[in-house]
Ligand binder design. Structure first.
Ligand code: ZN
Ligand code: FE
Length: 258
């Protein structure tokens, strides 16, 4: 059976690690030392695969060292420039890994070539490695893509099976949920989830992974067409009329939110 572990890195990154007690893969290794320390403590496990969602250094800096030290194969976005030679993948590609089929999804918005990886899991709920596209309670900043692209990317993630375990690359949950509460103050599920996550963080625990079904109920960026979120955006930004303008205004509101 497969074990799913978030390895904390830097101040708020997670390097997700999946292993079956013999083989491991990691996602977005921004810091090789974090992964090498885990491997040293688990010498029966061999790292053979590295997945990368996008080109930012906090997701790729470990590529200088990890493949060389472990022999692992790197699968990274075909449309982005990487610091080392990689196997480029994009929408429609599958990565077969010790009984799993990881499907590649194109999810542009945060960066132009951002990808995500989704897999069904025998006897467990599916997993989604979504990098900086979808966070719990939020979404990535639009550095290279347009609001229309990000809305489309989030729509496609939202359509995945709702028992999917969502594994974003950052622990941004509490600050995202504070914004979500400002946008969607009457959402009882959101209030309850904020309470759960506040306790987890007080105990030093990750708030992730999170069920997609939970995100669909609490994340304003997955709910920008809901009456509650759209009305809150319109109240603040009189011009927000269609879905994309509403989503763009919501993302701009979050950028300014303190
Ligand atoms: Zn990023
Ligand atoms: Fe990042």
């Amino acid at each position: 059976s497969m074990n799913l572990i978030p390895l904390p890195a830097f101040t708020d990154n997670y390097i997700w690690l999946l292993h079956d007690d013999r083989h491991a893969l990691v996602v977005d290794p921004g810091d090789a030392a974090v992964v090498l320390a885990w491997l040293a403590q688990n010498p029966q496990v061999q790292l053979d695969t590295i997945l990368v969602t996008h080109h930012h250094a906090d997701h790729t800096a470990g590529l200088a060292e990890l493949p060389e030290r472990t022999g692992a194969t790197v699968h990274a976005p075909a449309m982005e420039k990487m610091p080392v030679a990689v196997h480029g993948v994009q929408q429609g590609d599958d990565i077969f890994w010790h009984g799993l089929r990881l499907q590649v999804l194109d999810v542009p918005g945060h960066t132009a070539g951002h990808i995500a990886f989704w897999s069904a899991m025998p006897d467990q709920s599916p997993v989604l490695f979504c990098g900086d596209t979808l966070f719990s309670g939020g979404c990535g900043r639009l550095f290279e893509g347009t609001p229309a692209q990000m809305l489309d990317s989030l729509d496609r993630l939202a359509a995945l099976p709702d028992d999917t375990r969502v594994c974003p690359a950052h622990e941004y949950t509490l600050s995202n949920l504070k914004f979500a509460l400002a946008v969607d103050p009457d959402n009882a599920t959101l209030h309850a989830h904020f309470g759960v996550c506040t306790q987890l963080r007080q105990q030093g625990q990750p708030t992730l992974p999170v069920r997609l079904s939970t995100e669909l109920a609490i994340n304003p960026f997955l709910r920008s067409r809901s009456h509650a979120v759209a009305a809150a955006v319109r109240q603040r930004e009189a011009l927000a009329v269609d879905d994309v303008t509403t989503f763009a205004a919501l993302r701009a509101w979050k950028n300014e939110f303190k």
